[in-house]
Ligand binder design. Structure first.
Ligand code: NAP
Length: 324
């Protein structure tokens, strides 16, 4: 059995903007804080080419913003480890966290900021050709498809924005959307409509991805005419939303119907002492700006939670000494 590490008063799970901001605030409040991140700090922004909607930064690369946020939080004392959380549970007033590398932590408050993972289309060829033309990250893989025809599936911010980005590489980019209008923000849509390399195929779904060793074609079906057709493409990028990483706790947290964690105005989940922020939380929009706001609130609330635990333990010890 691993030795229990009790060095940290707050443990944050996930190093995106929400987690890093929470870590900045708890560290700045002199609460020893550890942030556990599976990959590199930065979360989704680390894989975003450019960010233009984070107040105060007219245009900044995602990687640079991730680095700035990480260094800023570290400058207040936040410690970051690369590890994957296995399970989180309560023992009395404290929280326990096991990790895949075999570590066991005991802490006073947990802030969940683990984001989510890309939703798959669930169609033939998608898994077999994953990494061979099927990709869920335009910034990571777009450059592999220089001069090729690319298909993007979806109609939200991610699909329409990444389609525009992919025109830097592809000779043509199709956006396949199942309805006749996008849900993406208007400004993102306008940019795509003005791009001569983009062709939108409305009312259509992706049916099958084919290719011997690499993606060669995508079969799509028009939902109105029911007709199918094959598009000769070298890459397929599904951007159809994501699944929140909301199943890390042994105790069942209250969630919405899509699996996002429900919190109160303090970002506290249905389990006392466990807070949630950013994309894993049930809310209207999932942007850097509100993840940062969530992280701030969660940190301040976690700090108050720890103060309450300290008051409780002081009261218990003074009651037991006056009883002697
Ligand atoms: P999203 O907003 O949930 O959009 C998912 C899109 O995929 C929708 O258009 C949906 O169609 C379509 N879709 C879902 N399941 C499908 C399926 N099985 N087959 C075909 N199409 C399917 O997801 P997202 O675009 O990944 O964005 C996630 C969050 O991140 C959002 O809150 C978004 O605002 C935010 N985000 C923001 C930015 C930015 O501000 N620059 C960039 C990226 C993401 P319907 O429209 O018909 O439902």
């Amino acid at each position: 059995m691993a030795e229990t590490i009790k060095d940290y008063e707050v443990i944050i799970v996930g190093g995106g903007p929400g987690g890093l901001t929470a870590g900045l605030y708890t560290s700045r409040a002199n609460r020893k804080t550890l942030l556990i991140e599976k990959y590199l700090p930065g979360g989704q922004i680390a894989n975003t080419e450019e960010v233009e909607d984070y107040t105060g930064f007219e245009l900044i690369s995602g990687a640079e913003l991730a680095e700035k946020m990480t260094n800023h939080a570290k400058s207040f004392g936040l410690e970051i480890v690369s590890d994957e959380v296995g399970e989180i549970w309560s023992e009395g007033d404290h929280k326990m966290i096991s990790t895949k590398s075999g570590k066991l932590y005991e802490t006073k408050a947990v802030i969940l900021a683990p984001g989510g993972t890309a939703t798959k289309l669930g169609i033939e060829g998608e898994d077999r050709l994953n990494g061979k033309g099927v990709s869920y990250c335009a910034i990571c893989d777009g450059a592999f498809f220089k001069g090729q025809i690319i298909a993007v599936v979806g109609g939200g911010d991610a699909a329409v924005e990444e389609a525009t980005f992919l025109t830097k590489f592809g000779s043509k980019v199709y956006i396949i959307h199942r309805r006749d209008q996008f849900r993406a923000q208007k400004i993102i849509q306008e940019r795509a409509f003005a791009n001569p390399k983009i062709e939108v195929i409305w009312d259509s779904t992706a049916e099958k991805i084919e290719g011997e060793t690499r993606v060669e074609s995508l079969t799509i079906r028009n939902l109105k005419t029911k007709k199918t057709r094959d598009l000769a493409v070298g890459a397929v990028f599904p951007f159809i939303g994501f699944v929140p990483n909301s199943n890390l706790t042994r105790e069942e947290l209250e969630k919405d119907s899509a699996g996002y964690i429900l919190t109160d105005e303090k970002m506290e989940t249905s389990v006392k002492g466990i807070f949630a922020c950013g994309d894993v939380r049930s809310q209207l929009v999932r942007q850097i700006t509100n993840a940062v706001g969530d992280g701030t609130t969660a940190a301040v609330a976690a700090e108050k939670h720890i103060e309450n635990l300290e008051d409780k333990s002081r009261q218990t010890s003074s009651a037991s000494s006056s009883a002697k």
